[in-house]
Design a protein around this ligand. Structure first.
Ligand SMILES: [Zn+2]
Length: 88
């Protein structure tokens, strides 16, 4: 064992698009609360195909070692933070 535990928190959504949106939102909120959350590893799956995981964040490795924080299907260049998070 690694000495760490993983929380599996079943939450349902009516389709893949909304499941990804809800998973990204949940991961971002939880990541603000705890450094133990790894948003890049968040995936969603169909209830009857839980062995098939769909990523929700791009998570591509960027220069300097950071990871892309944009949705997996983004068309803009990879970014460490989502542009809408930089607005005040
Ligand atoms: Zn990216």
């Amino acid at each position: 064992m690694t000495g760490r535990w993983v929380i599996h928190l079943p939450v349902t959504a009516p389709d893949l698009l909304r499941a990804r949106i809800f998973a990204r939102t949940t991961a971002r909120v939880l990541a603000r609360l705890s450094a133990c959350v790894d948003p890049g590893e968040v995936t969603v799956s169909a209830e009857d195909e839980q062995g098939v995981h769909h990523r929700v964040f791009c998570d591509r490795l960027l220069p300097g070692g950071a990871r892309c924080a944009l949705p997996v299907d983004h068309t803009a260049p990879c970014s460490r933070r989502a542009p809408w998070l930089n607005r005040r």
